[in-house]
Design a protein around this ligand. Structure first.
Ligand code: FE2
Ligand code: FE2
Length: 272
C-alpha cells in the first residue's frame, strides 16, 4: 500500500524573483507531472492543506482540474490559508468530506492502513488548534479500532521543531493532542505540512513527519526572526509505504531532474 502526501501549494500566490515572477500554479504542474510518472503508482494521494493561498473558489477550481489529471483518488483537508466552506463546495462531490458540522475531519477505511484526517484550522489565524470537540472526535475515532495500524494527517505540526518562526504558528495545544495520540499505540505516525520544510521528530510515542511544500520552501531558520521569506528548494512529495512485514516506511521524492554527471555504477564495498 502506497500513500503520497502533497502539501502547501498556495495556488494564487505569485513569487517575485530576480529572473521574474513565478506562479506557484506552474510549480504545482511540475509536481503533478512527477506524481503521474511515479512507478509504482500510489493508491491514494493526501493533500494536507494550504491548497489555495486565499481560499477562493477560482483557485480551488483550477487546482481540482489539475489534480484530476493524475487519475488517482485524492483527499483534501484544510490548512490555515483554506476556506472550509469553499473546500466543501468544490470537493464535497467526492464523497469523503463530512457534509455537515463545522470541521472537515474524517477517516478512510478501505485500506489495511487506516487514515485519520484531523482538521487543525482556526479560522482567521495562522496557528492551529485541536479544540475539545475535535479532540473528543479523535479519541472516539481511535477507540473504535484499536488494533488497526493508523496514520493521522493534520496540517499544523503539534510540536515545537526548533524553528522559532514556524513554532510560533504551529498547533497550539499540542500537549493535549499528545495525550490522546499516546494513549492509542496503533498510531504509527502523524503527518503534517505547514512549515514548508522537512522535519522528523519523536513525539507522543510515535513518529511526527513534517513534509515540505509541493511548490516552495522557507529557509532553515533555527534562530528567532521577525518574518520569513520564501525560497525555492526542490519541491517534493512524501511517500508512505505500508506492509504487514515492513510496517510504515516513508521516503521523500523530489520533483525535477538532477543530472549529477556520475558515470559510476554501484560502489564496491570495502573488502576488509
Ligand atoms: Fe503553507
Ligand atoms: Fe499552513
Amino acid at each position: 500500500m502506497l500513500i503520497a502526501q502533497i502539501t502547501d501549494f498556495h495556488v494564487g500566490r505569485i513569487i517575485e524573483t530576480d529572473s521574474g515572477s513565478i506562479d506557484l500554479f506552474d510549480r504545482l504542474k511540475d509536481t503533478v507531472k512527477h506524481l503521474i510518472e511515479l512507478d509504482p503508482k500510489p493508491d491514494m494521494i493526501v493533500v494536507s492543506g494550504d491548497i489555495s493561498n486565499h481560499g477562493n473558489i477560482e483557485d480551488y477550481q483550477r487546482t481540482k482540474s489539475l489534480l484530476d489529471t493524475i487519475e488517482i483518488p485524492y483527499l483534501v483537508m484544510p490548512g490555515n490559508h483554506d476556506s472550509r466552506d469553499n473546500l466543501r463546495e468544490l470537493f464535497g462531490d467526492r464523497g469523503y468530506l463530512p457534509l455537515s458540522g463545522e470541521f472537515l475531519q474524517y477517516t478512510v477505511e478501505k485500506f489495511p492502513l487506516r487514515l485519520v484526517m484531523l482538521d487543525s484550522l482556526v479560522k482567521g489565524h495562522h496557528h492551529g488548534m485541536i479544540c475539545e470537540e475535535r479532540l473528543e472526535w479523535l479519541n472516539h475515532t481511535l477507540q473504535e479500532q484499536p488494533d488497526r495500524p493508523t496514520l493521522v494527517f493534520m496540517h499544523h505540526p503539534p510540536a515545537d521543531l526548533g524553528l522559532p518562526y514556524q513554532d510560533s504558528i504551529n498547533c497550539r495545544n499540542g500537549s493535549q493532542l499528545k495525550e490522546v495520540i499516546r494513549s492509542h499505540p496503533q498510531v504509527l505516525g502523524v503527518a503534517c505540512g505547514h512549515t514548508h520544510r522537512d522535519s522528523i521528530a519523536n513525539w507522543a510515542n510515535t513518529v511526527l513527519f513534517v513534509t515540505p511544500s509541493a511548490t516552495f520552501s522557507y529557509g532553515l531558520q533555527m534562530k528567532p526572526i521577525d518574518d520569513i521569506n520564501p525560497r525555492f528548494e526542490p519541491a517534493c512529495i512524501r511517500l508512505f509505504c505500508w506492509g504487514e512485514d515492513t510496517g510504515l516506511v516513508s521516503h521523500l521524492s523530489f520533483v525535477g531532474k538532477y543530472p549529477d554527471g556520475l558515470t559510476e555504477g554501484v560502489p564496491t564495498p570495502a573488502s576488509n
